[in-house]
Design a protein around this ligand. Structure first.
Ligand SMILES: [Zn+2]
Length: 156
């Protein structure tokens, strides 16, 4: 029963999540910087189709899709919201200023850019990503594990 409710919640949330990611992607594309030569090399190794589209935006705090009290509730469900060090909005990558100099962080987010492309765009990526993070938890989500693995390999 609980599982059905959560699936229903994801289905209801999905259009909003897509709108929200697209909105934030636009901001990062407008205000962010392009990848450096080294970063373009990582992007190539991650097989990103359009690395030239990527923009990186450093921010004081990563944007959150929900008010603080809802964020707290979502955290209990294992949602990766609040206090994030970085977030990938397809081609727009947000990095928290505090951690922006950590190569592994940008490399990790670039793997997500590749996943957006590979899975077929915002809808396909977010549907799978939300299911994984809600049902398995952020730490156990295969898309997250892949991002960590590939980032570590490219930086090794
Ligand atoms: Zn991630």
């Amino acid at each position: 029963m609980k599982k059905i409710l959560v699936i229903l919640l994801i289905v209801i949330m999905l259009p909003f999540a897509i709108w929200w990611v697209r909105h934030n992607e636009k901001i990062a594309l407008r205000l962010g910087r392009p990848l450096t030569d080294d970063e373009l090399d990582w992007a190539k190794q991650f097989e990103i189709r359009h690395p030239e589209h990527v923009r990186v935006l450093n921010v004081t705090r990563i944007p959150s899709p929900v008010p603080h009290f809802i964020e707290k509730a979502l955290q209990k469900l294992g949602f990766p919201v609040g206090n994030a060090a970085g977030m990938c909005m397809r081609y727009g990558i947000y990095l928290a200023e505090e951690y922006a100099d950590r190569d592994e962080l940008l490399a990790h987010e670039l793997v997500h850019t590749h996943q957006f492309e590979r899975l077929g765009g915002l809808y396909s990526f977010l549907r799978i990503y939300l299911f994984e993070t809600i049902f398995l938890g952020y730490r156990n989500a295969p898309l997250e594990a892949e991002a960590d693995d590939k980032a570590n390999k490219v930086l090794a």
